[in-house]
Design a protein around this ligand. Sequence first.
Ligand code: FE2
Length: 277
Amino acid sequence: MTSLRTISNVYAGMPTTDGAGVKLTRMVGTPELDQVDPFLMLDRMDTDDPDAYIAGFPDHPHRGFETVSIMLEGQMRHWDSVGNEGVLKPGDVQWMTAGRGIIHSEIPEMLEGRLRGFQLWVNLPAEYKMVAPKYQDIPAAQIPVVELDGGSVRVIRGTYEDVTGPAESLMPVRVLDANLDAGAGWSISPEEGRNLFFCIHEGSVTCDGQEISAPSIITFDGDGDVEVKATDDGASILFCEGTALNEPIARYGPFVMNTHSEIRQAVDDFNNGTLAT
Ligand code: FE2
């Protein structure tokens, strides 16, 4: 019989403001949960108030990691210094490898009264921090869906039930977007030795004898499978799994490097206009 992982911790996230006044909940990357190596940050947007996000994230740089934007409701207009421009629609995903440097803007726009989505930061190892930037726009229609008994799983990155998602990353991570109907169960077998978390972002689940409501991050102890069951409210879960880098992290705003001198270099390169050239 396969063993089951037990809950290590449940985190409620921290309300915060980023960009030009966008209100969001930081689920990973907080004082309580600094990272789930290699995942540096997970921000959750969920609002029906245009004033909470209307100025968006005007031009800003990144270096040293990958940013993943997942739109669920509403849309995101974006531009970057590599020449990409467009609108992320509901269900679309943008997977961007900032590498040595990119400057971009991200401006959320509400559709039908609600804006909902995520930004996930995936760290890169030292050997990849200064690679050429890469950008991938993945329309919802290109994201395969595995049907469950009482739900479905969108495979964004990695493989689930022999279905492989379209996102390309320098990191062998797995990112799944699961939606469970009321009372439906879901069991997943993480790859051995990997770090993982669940972000419960709609409804609630029971797991390891606890009831956990959105928004929450669940981290686990031990090996084996993870089992959850949606309550009568149903549940939506973002599942992220990856191999820890175990490298030193020097973090300053939109730059994530290994050392402070590399951070100083990133700031200098941005200030003198060479970060994204
Ligand atoms: Fe950004």
